[in-house]
Design a protein around this ligand. Sequence first.
Ligand code: NAD
Length: 484
Amino acid sequence: MTEHLNHFIEGTGCEASDGRRIPLVDPVTEQVYGSCARGTADDVDRAVNAAHHQLEQGAWSQLDGAQRARLLLKLADLVERDTELLADMDANAIGRSPIEPRRMDVPNALANLRAAAGWANQLEGRTIPSGGYFGTKTLSYTVREPVGVVGAIVPWNSPLMITVWKLAALLAAGCTVVIKPSEETPQSALHLAALAREAGFPDGVINVVTGYGAEVGRALCEHPHIAKISFTGSPEAGREIQRTAGVLFKHVALELGGKSPQIVFDDASFEDALRGCTLGLFANQGQICAAGSRILVQRGIADRFAAALADAAQAVKVGDPREPGVQMGPVAKKAQFDRVNRYIQLGIDQGATLLAGGVSTPERGWFVRPTIFANANNEMAIARDEIFGPVGTVITFDSEEEAVALANDSTYGLAATVWTTDLVRAHRVAGAVKVGAVGVNCWSPLDANLPWGGVKTSGIGREGGFGGALAYTEEKVITVLLPK
Ligand code: NAD
């Protein structure tokens, strides 16, 4: 497979203004298999201006909600037609099994596009009783207007799905967009933009500029015609974006990382909790923002549960994800491989008990063994930092109060799961944990109708659901004087 990918600006592919390129590397073989354009500030300027033209005076600006909905539904049908192609694109780029994106990412993207088609016609304003104007009656009402041109900055771990979370909602709201995919995974965003053209979206509504965060991402944050940055990625980049775009008074929505607790009480269904924790730890090689990497287990079952998790980790078949039977591929890139190994070594050095896995030294490919630590405490680096790899940290607790305190003793607050058969306790703990999403006896589902996002270092704002579309609008109030 050789791929040489370019930007997609105003409906056509084009190279970077200075012709430079970024190599694309296969995480399984460590071989360069292609390249993408290394975008410049000039490329961003062209793309933003095309999007701005469509927003202000192009054919897009004339469409009503129902017409936008029809386009979204057509796009959904085309994404569905190309399910396998899109799943393979995302899987190959990061060394993931294509089964996961086929079952999860593409269906979720479809659900978001179809749900957003429903919202496009529902972005209603309000009529508001008001006090009049110097003794004369008034009528005040609000309208929802598109926020403007959006810069959508996306990570590499679930490229299509996360791009569509942003795209579906902002198109429903009538915005236009410049997407900056991760430099490692530009394929599915570029294909999505081509599908949107096939669906009939006017050229310039959806543009894709590939390249590095410090170049393309930064230029988007600084561009005067960008009204909102919608970012998913690391807290470090989020902080930088907040600094750059925030001082220019742009809207900034941040979907950041997590260190999500799985709280397993001793009355939980042992098998269900084990299955759920294993899924939450190892899906997508642990490279999931909501990965349940902090496993808090009540003392009575802690040793047995940790041992069972270790057995599950050892049973995972690691290898080339394109081969049948393989359950886990490599992590996505060299920097990630080094990071995961560094944390595993830190866990050992700081005194946690290594029950499965360990530092990996594969001959070729960025393969990491699924790793379980037990007897850890919440001060260790493996309990505090987001590792973004297949590494689970088991911490023991005695009481419900201690479990909640441990869960909340984190700079992050994205998701949590409570495993218990005590209904009252389930609701009590769900209410007490400071996160954006709680699952009770399940992993928080990614559902197009549910809001998604975090508190604290996990982010600002919500994507998904009707509120996700509203977040791409401004509410304008209009007051009419009504003299007798
Ligand atoms: P990253 O922050 O390195 O990069 C994300 C995107 O931002 C990339 O496109 C990158 O090029 C760009 N970028 C980097 N620095 C930038 C800057 N200074 N200005 C503008 N753009 C910049 O993150 P990553 O390694 O691609 O993804 C992993 C992170 O994403 C993890 O922390 C993970 O938890 C998080 N994530 C969060 C969610 C969520 O929904 N909350 C979902 C998926 C991933």
